[in-house]
Design a protein around this ligand. Sequence first.
Ligand SMILES: *[C@@H]1O[C@H](CO)[C@@H](O)[C@H](O)[C@H]1NC(C)=O
Ligand SMILES: *[C@@H]1O[C@H](CO)[C@@H](O)[C@H](O)[C@H]1NC(C)=O
Length: 294
Amino acid sequence: MKTLVLIVTYLVVARAKWIDIDWSQVRPIEEFDHYWAGLPAELQALRNTSASCSRITNGQEAVPGEFPYQIALLIQFTEGTALCGGSVLTNYYILTAAHCVQDSLGGTAIIGAHNRSHNEDSQQRIGFGTSGIVIHSGYDRTNIRNDIAVVRLNSAIEFNKRVQPTSIPVAGDNRTFSGFIGTVTGFGRTTDSGSTSSVVMFTRNPIMTNADCLQTWNSNENLIQDQNICLSGDGGRSSCNGDSGGPLTVRDTDSLQVGIVSFGSASGCSIGMPSVYARVTFFRDWIVANSDLS
Ligand SMILES: *[C@@H]1O[C@H](CO)[C@@H](O)[C@H](O)[C@H]1NC(C)=O
Ligand SMILES: *[C@@H]1O[C@H](CO)[C@@H](O)[C@H](O)[C@H]1NC(C)=O
């Protein structure tokens, strides 16, 4: 009898903490007008192209738990709820892109999800408010500089087999990681006109040198700088804006996060152009100074 009472009590507590999501109201961040305001012309063009860049292109479905640091980040705006990616940094802090959370009203981080639309036992859904959002003071939406943010969640993430923090390069690790195979993950759309992916997707390609990336982009807007890291677009394999804020990792001794999804080409994701990320080693000191990561 006593056991039964305890179980019932536990279930009641667990349900009280559960955050219900109305998925019909969730759209990728790039479907919000504010995302496009002031963006460089090269990227503005993306908005009108049929090759709209909103998904992991030419990727595969992950095995549940394969990327235990991946977050489905739901950000609340007056116009609705935006979908981005993110990664688990510590029990309280997550890492994402500045353009995902700027001007938001807070939101919910879904951690431990494989199928985010399903009420999986592995999921932890934790809210955050505006006071928890720390955007890099140098973030500039007109040229996508310093596109990085951390968010402090309202309560602690519990680590387990399905929920683990990402690892970032140690201080003084200044490797460029060019030539490493990069893996990018996210819940973005799977087709240009279709719905977003309910399950975690991933794709792989080599990390480029910044010189090669710059040359391929041939950007008029000086968009590729030391603060960026690029993943080759070979085979049309790419991240896209729907995956914004999510992690780019390499295999070192273990998985190491080296990038945060920032932007893609105006001409489309699957045309072979490199996808561009905020470079984690460049921002390492900022991340440590603005979170409880030591
Ligand atoms: C994800 O879960 C939803 C809701 O349970 C289900 O309808 C959908 O088929 C699932 N998607 C995949 C790819 O398993
Ligand atoms: C890494 O770069 C920093 C400055 O950016 C420098 O102080 C440090 O010595 C470098 N470390 C290595 C191992 O090259």
